[in-house]
Design a protein around this ligand. Structure first.
Ligand SMILES: NC(=O)C1=CN([C@@H]2O[C@H](COP(=O)(O)OP(=O)(O)OC[C@H]3O[C@@H](n4cnc5c(N)ncnc54)[C@H](O)[C@@H]3O)[C@@H](O)[C@H]2O)C=CC1
Ligand SMILES: O=C(O)[C@H]1O[C@H](OP(=O)(O)OP(=O)(O)OC[C@H]2O[C@@H](n3ccc(=O)[nH]c3=O)[C@H](O)[C@@H]2O)[C@H](O)[C@@H](O)[C@@H]1O
Length: 470
């Protein structure tokens, strides 16, 4: 008989734990879901009218289930004690120091969450690795948990990586392409796997729920992110060839993507991919390959990240070169600071690198993003621990409340995030923007969202990634 899950606890109320478990509560009214975090202010925000993350559709789901079968708390012990199934959804950032620094995932949070479960549990639990981790992490978790099991308590470990993308998280969770559940191929392991299958089967068609062994599941998560990022680096590499030859990267992407074997998605050239995971997970894969003594494999995946860095630098050079080889004291309006549209998340955003480079060149940058807070922007641009450069930063960086305010007296506009409101045909009056800028007025489209022809007719000098200068 399968164990029926009645109470779920999720350790980690972040971008993954919050939306994922809110959707489980929304779809499974017979299951109580408690999301726990050590961070008190984050939990207070989850319990308030202003959720700690911006994600379209999330508010509605949380407000509908909160206090009914969805709870947010800092009470780790109580929640772990009561749960039959525990998601470990804590952060796994790249290690900053020690062995593997700059590449390996820092598993300290996963380990401490696992130890918390081992210390507190008084009944059997299914422990689910939701965080993205290096292949075979479940083995370490199992060792810690088994050292604490006895004839009355057993722990079954599953891997259930998350594939949601920020900005579309709710739709991704409600209609996933697939749900992946890895488990040990023992009778107990398969029984635990089935218990989690039944949770998802409340709303996901069973042919979309894939069960595999633990290690395939762990590796598939790193592999999926590496393959997605590899497509972006491939198209960005081609964008450089386009700029030098007169080919147009959107046309090339379209022509290639029409081949059903290639497909159209993830072929949009850009200033470089950002986000908390692509770079981290690929570096994690590089480290894993090196550990397995596979240097050629490591070098192959490392190139995806290197190309991404190159793309950002190449774009910065193009801006400086076009602005007559100097941007000292020039005003550059930055449209967008989040790593993609429809999120307020700035982790690894290409805009951070670009702004830092412009500041290094003594430009004055004025940033507008509809969802990122001023505090977050200054946090991202300052370099705590290196030098306290907040004062210098404030001389160079200002935050605007609108695209119009950002572009007042500007020499150039740089589009860094593809927010819909920046598109010519949707909201912005680019004639008004042009009229208030220094001339010649330059616009650099790092996201291929603008109608260059229309802007040129207004008088703008338009430079687009993946297109030669007109
Ligand atoms: N952000 C994303 O879109 C995706 C992230 N992932 C993976 O999911 C994991 C979590 O990522 P995010 O949610 O973005 O991170 P996050 O940093 O937003 O959230 C993690 C939360 O865990 C909390 N935490 C740490 N240790 C804890 C403990 N022992 N007990 C309770 N709470 C604890 C932290 O305070 C933090 O609020 C990472 O491994 C990431 O790679 C996977 C798919 C998508
Ligand atoms: O593990 C994770 O964290 C998640 O990472 C990505 O999701 P996310 O980073 O939220 O967003 P994406 O839509 O993948 O975009 C990542 C970056 O690539 C850029 N991008 C995306 C697509 C494209 O064609 N071109 C491009 O430059 C985006 O602008 C953004 O900066 C994956 O898409 C998710 O499946 C995965 O779960």
């Amino acid at each position: 008989m399968t164990t029926q899950v009645k109470k779920i606890c999720c350790l980690g109320a972040g971008y993954v734990g919050g939306p994922t478990c809110a959707v489980i509560a929304y779809k499974c009214h017979d299951i109580d879901v408690t999301i726990v975090d050590l961070n008190e202010s984050r939990i207070a925000a989850w319990n308030s009218d202003h959720l700690p993350i911006y994600e379209p559709g999330l508010d509605k789901i949380v407000f509908e289930r909160r206090g009914k079968n969805l709870f947010f708390t800092t009470q780790v012990e109580q929640s772990v004690l009561e749960a039959d199934l525990i998601f470990v959804s804590v952060n796994t950032p790249t290690k900053k120091s020690g062995l593997g620094a700059g590449f390996a995932a820092d598993l300290a949070y996963v380990e401490s969450a696992t130890r918390q479960i081992a210390d507190v549990a008084k009944s059997s639990k299914i422990v689910v690795e939701k965080s993205t981790v290096p292949c075979r992490t479940a083995e370490s978790m199992r060792t810690i948990l088994e050292a604490n099991s006895n004839e009355n308590i057993r722990f079954d470990i599953l891997s259930n990586p998350e594939f949601l993308a920020e900005g579309t998280a709710i739709n991704d969770l409600l209609n996933p392409d697939r749900v992946l559940i890895g488990g040990l191929q023992t009778p107990e392991g398969m029984k635990a796997q089935q218990a989690l299958v039944e949770v998802y089967a409340h709303w996901v068609p069973t042919d979309r729920i894939i069960t595999t062994n633990l290690w395939s599941s762990e590796l598939s998560k790193l592999a999926a992110n590496a393959l997605l990022a590899q497509r972006i680096s491939s198209i960005n590499a081609l964008s450089a060839i386009c700029e030098a030859t007169g080919a147009d990267i959107d046309e090339v992407a379209y022509a290639c993507g029409r081949d059903t074997r290639i497909g159209p998605k993830f072929l949009k050239a850009s200033v470089g991919f950002g986000g908390s995971c692509f770079q981290k997970d690929i570096l994690n894969l590089v480290y894993l390959s090196e550990q397995l003594n596979l240097p050629e494999v490591a070098a192959y995946w490392k190139q995806v990240v290197d190309l991404n860095e190159y793309q950002k630098k190449r774009f910065v050079s193009r801006v400086i070169k076009t602005l007559f080889n100097t941007i000292t004291n020039k005003k550059i309006a930055i449209f967008g600071f989040a790593f993609k549209k429809d999120t307020g998340d700035t982790r690894e955003s290409a805009a951070i690198t670009l702004c830092k480079d412009f500041i290094q060149e003594n430009a004055k940058v004025r940033i507008y993003d509809p969802k990122v807070t001023t505090e977050q922007i200054f946090l991202d641009l300052s370099e705590p621990g290196v030098v306290d450069n907040t004062k210098q930063l404030k001389n160079r960086v200002t935050i605007a409340k609108s695209a119009y305010e950002a572009s007042e007296d500007a020499d150039a506009i740089v589009i860094t995030t593809e927010w819909d409101e920046f598109k010519v045909s949707i909201e912005l009056d680019y004639q008004k923007i042009y009229d208030q800028m220094h001339k010649p007025a330059f616009i650099f489209d790092g996201r291929l969202i603008l109608d260059a022809e229309k802007l040129r007719n207004i008088g703008f000098r338009v430079h687009t990634i993946g297109r030669a200068e007109a």
